[in-house]
Design a protein around this ligand. Structure first.
Ligand SMILES: *Cc1c(COP(=O)(O)O)cnc(C)c1O
Length: 390
């Protein structure tokens, strides 16, 4: 099938909820993907900041083949070696002791909210305006963007929003019924918004003083995206719970939330569950993602190539005065313009580069963590061409 045939079938049989780009992807190799008309693209989007190892990484292929020959799914009624090994690995690379495995970022946040409520015996969750935490009813309520929740009222009770970047607003919002502050270290869908330098440390201190849990939503920032393994390291804070997904499975849907033994002990038998969460295939894949991030030094690559790309963006900012801001860490970067930029995404795609627009007027760059400086150079040349036509 070609692009048009696929797109026509989609409009007939798929609920039309996505503002998709008009191409169908068929296959890929590392940071390169091809569409159904045979056109080649360099991918700076990575399936919404997911495919850290790019497409068809040999280690992922080997793991998926081997694991599919043994077990794909058994449910959490039984133990599996793949699940406990991954859990142990997560405790080694983080400051946490225990994990609950889910299937997505939204589910991870749902579970974290339940754990915080059970642990504290309180109901209220404070999150920030312009945030994104998922599309389920609770997580879309925590999400600080009206457009995502307006048609779906009534929304669950117990959620409050304050401005991102304003720690005093959090202190003022806390009441005797506050269970947790749920926050992204860097707002992803909101436009790669980086908070003021000491913000997260202040939020952490406020949470401690008031005996409120800090849940850091690391769904987009986790596993090397920002140039550190986790964003809590970048900002030198110790959250009580983190939620993970996106890069975690390298494209296979797996998520989870991590907590200390103390907080995790609030969950008793039967308190939470998932049919698919932590299935052996997902766990084997996630283990390979983590091992490959480490063995191929991809967190370091995120930092060095990310800095290299950011420097190129800063040069573009000096050249074009319609560029308002360049921001982000590692391979999690944005260029904010003083105008709408959806058409630039189209132009870049026509030139063979996948990027996306996010927030109001921002272009987001979240390539696979295997991306090279040479590939960055190619993309920047094309971006400069697009900018020069503005
Ligand atoms: C993508 C994202 C989510 C939602 O993850 P899904 O897997 O789409 O449910 C939650 N929080 C953040 C910060 C995200 O970027």
């Amino acid at each position: 099938m070609n692009n048009k045939e696929i797109i026509d079938l989609d409009s007939k049989h798929i609920m039309q909820t996505y503002g998709r780009q008009p191409i169908a992807l068929t296959h890929g190799k590392r940071a390169v993907v091809w569409d159904a008309d045979g056109k080649e693209y360099l991918d700076f989007f990575a399936g919404i900041a997911v495919n850290a190892l790019g497409q068809s990484h040999p280690k992922l292929i080997e793991t998926i083949k081997k694991q599919a020959e043994k077990l794909i799914h058994v449910s959490n009624v039984y133990f599996t070696e793949e699940q406990v090994k991954l859990a142990k690995k997560l405790s080694e690379i983080t400051i946490f002791d225990k994990v609950f495995f889910a299937n997505s970022g939204a589910e991870a946040n749902e579970g974290a909210i339940k754990l915080a409520r059970k642990y504290t015996g309180r109901g209220e969750i404070i999150s920030t305006n312009n945030s994104f935490h998922g599309r389920t009813l609770a997580t879309v309520t925590a999400t600080g963007q009206e457009k995502y929740k307006k048609p779906f009222k009534p929304l669950p009770a117990g959620f409050k929003h304050v401005d991102f970047g304003d720690s005093k607003a959090i202190a003022n919002a806390i009441t005797n019924d506050t269970a947790a502050v749920l926050i992204e270290a860097i707002q992803g869908e909101g436009g790669v918004i980086v908070p003021p330098e000491n913000y997260l440390k202040e939020v952490e201190a406020i949470c401690r003083e008031n005996n409120v849990l800090l849940i850091l939503d690391e769904v987009q920032t986790g596993f090397g995206r920002t140039g550190e393994m986790f964003a809590y390291e970048l900002f030198a804070v110790k959250p009580d719970i983190i939620t993970i997904a996106k890069v975690f499975g390298g494209g296979y849907p797996i998520g989870g939330f991590l907590a200390t033994d103390e907080v995790a002990s609030a969950f008793d038998f039967g308190d939470h569950g998932s049919t698919f969460g932590g299935n052996p295939l997902g766990c084997a894949v996630a283990m390979t993602v983590i091992e490959t991030l480490i063995s191929e030094k991809l967190v370091e690559n995120s930092k060095t190539v990310g800095n290299y790309l950011k420097d190129k963006f800063k040069l573009l900012k000096e050249k074009y005065d319609f560029i308002k801001d360049v921001r982000g860490y590692g391979l999690f970067l944005a260029i904010e313009l003083n105008q709408e930029c959806d058409y630039m995404v189209d132009k870049m795609r026509e030139k063979g580069f996948l990027i996306n627009a996010t927030g109001k007027n921002s272009l987001r760059f979240a390539p696979p963590l295997i991306i090279t400086k040479e590939q960055v150079d190619k993309m920047v040349i094309a971006l400069n061409e697009v900018f020069s036509e503005v």
